[in-house]
Design a binder for this molecule. Structure first.
Ligand SMILES: Nc1nc2c(ncn2[C@@H]2O[C@H](COP(=O)(O)OP(=O)(O)OP(=O)(O)O)[C@@H](O)[C@H]2O)c(=O)[nH]1
Ligand SMILES: [Mg+2]
Length: 444
């Protein structure tokens, strides 16, 4: 029913075209905001880019400097009235808040403005919902949205409604059930969790087959150039776009390097400031590639005026997803776009951080050095060992051969002497096997 009414109210749109919403941004500028400490940073630049990706036009903004948001109304009363006035003047459909807000704050702002309020978390989740291409990503985002709305049960503003014909800020069909019936949401969450567990099980099996490879993951802020670098390094045909959250699924490719074992490179989902908690939790499986990597390459858009803030927020998210202790190299990207006067800042950043590189994934500048250092690291990771295996256990050598390279093999009276070049992480495992079999190996 509701679908029909939406379509009839947008008859002027040609098929496939979705109405763009007009929104006024409301933002508290606190002491931690990048625009407070960096001179030329537009405080609404990022929310505008996010909005654009979600098909929303920003028609104006209302900003308030304060140490922290008002508990009940986010901004002060006077500002709320100003907001209502500005929104009316511009015929806006939507109030967009550049922070996660509480359900009560949302309700209070809606009451004064009589407009739908969308916070930063909802907006980010909506973009994820739009960009999700694989089944796994679709389930993950749906789960995150349901969990987010479970605690609120306000109007549903998601792809769930959009899928049936709604645009941002419209009340799509099916909402009423979702809004009013917690039981349905709970049931749906449980079904999706089960489906996700099945997908994760498959991914785990695939992961097992990757054991013995040297694994590298590209991580970083959204739009930093991770996929561009992945393409350059492996020739992978993957999506590169000048918009936020193009990549929502990890893709892993073999990276052909001069090393005696396989090197696997993974491109991962980008991070952003104030990434919704439910989203991070839902994308647990997708982020497994980062957790299981031997080394992370943190790709940074060095041309961004908020580079320090971007790096810090990525570090925080890495900690949150259990990557805090991983070896991590910094890759400052978009070297070709850095204005001359800011190059000195980059020099400082490079000097401050060990294992940091300046590259342009776009032009290829500096990439060769990065590759060289990765090869060196791989060589250092190459473990070897010599063992004497009794003739009766030659079966162990046959097994070992499947996963590692045996350099030398000599038959002596006591058994078979072997020199082994192990694949990453395999030496420990082999020595565990020997211990279990009661074969001594120290000091041979
Ligand atoms: N000038 C310049 N642009 C670059 C460079 N690297 C990437 N870009 C551009 O930056 C934009 C984002 O690149 P992506 O590779 O999609 O970024 P990403 O980190 O994968 O982004 P998400 O998947 O959205 O998180 C694209 O328009 C790229 O063409 C570079 O070295 N120089
Ligand atoms: Mg990408």
């Amino acid at each position: 029913m509701a679908k029909q009414s939406f379509e009839s109210s947008h008859q002027h749109l040609s098929q496939g075209e979705v109405a763009r919403d007009r929104a006024v941004v409301l933002k508290v500028i606190g002491p931690g905001d990048p625009s407070e400490s960096v001179g030329d940073v537009d405080p609404i630049a990022e929310i505008t880019a996010l909005a654009d990706t979600a098909g929303v036009d920003i028609v104006d903004s209302v900003l308030q400097k304060r140490p922290k948001p008002h508990t009940a109304t986010y901004v002060g009363k006077g500002k709320l009235e100003e907001l209502a006035h500005v929104a009316k003047e511009h015929e806006a459909h939507l109030i967009l808040i550049d922070d996660p807000i509480s359900p009560a704050q949302g309700r209070n702002i809606e009451e004064v403005t009589e407009l739908r309020v969308v916070d930063r978390s909802e907006l980010i989740m909506d973009i994820f919902a739009r960009n999700a291409r694989t089944h796994q990503a679709q389930i993950q985002i749906e789960l995150a949205q349901l969990k987010y709305f479970q605690s609120r049960l306000t109007r549903m503003w998601t792809h769930l409604s959009r899928m049936e014909g709604g645009a941002v800020g419209t009340r799509g069909p099916g909402e009423t059930q979702l809004e009013t019936d917690r039981r349905i949401i709970r049931k749906k969450i449980s079904i999706l969790n089960k489906r996700l567990a099945e997908i994760e099980k498959q991914a785990n099996t695939q992961n097992k087959s990757r054991e013995g490879s040297f694994r590298i993951a590209l991580v970083g802020y959204t739009n930093a150039g991770k996929s561009t670098l992945m393409k350059r390094l492996t020739g992978a045909e993957i999506l590169v776009e000048d918009r936020l959250f193009s990549t929502l699924d990890t893709s892993t490719r073999k990276w052909e390097l001069e090393l005696p074992f396989d090197v696997l490179l993974s491109d991962t989902v980008g991070f952003i400031r104030k990434l919704p908690h439910d989203l991070v939790a839902s994308f647990h499986a997708t982020l497994m590639e980062a957790r299981e990597a031997d080394i992370l390459l943190h790709v940074i858009d060095a041309s961004s005026p908020t580079v320090d803030f971007d790096m810090e927020s990525v570090d925080r998210t890495l900690n949150k997803i259990g990557c805090g202790d991983h070896q991590c190299w910094l890759v400052f990207n978009k070297l070709d776009r850095i204005p001359e006067e800011r190059k000195i800042d980059l020099q400082h950043l490079l000097a401050e951080h060990e294992n940091s590189f300046a590259i342009s994934a776009g032009t290829g500048a500096g990439v060769e050095l990065l590759v060289e250092k990765i090869v060196e690291l791989g060589q250092q990771r190459q473990e070897s060992g010599s063992y004497l295996i009794p003739h009766a256990r030659a079966d162990l050598i046959a097994k070992l051969r499947q996963s590692s390279r045996i350099d030398e093999e000599r038959f002596v009276d006591e058994g078979i002497e072997i020199n082994v070049l192990f694949q990453p992480g395999m030496k420990q495992r082999w020595e565990n096997v020997l211990t279990q079999a009661g074969i001594p190996f120290d000091g041979i």
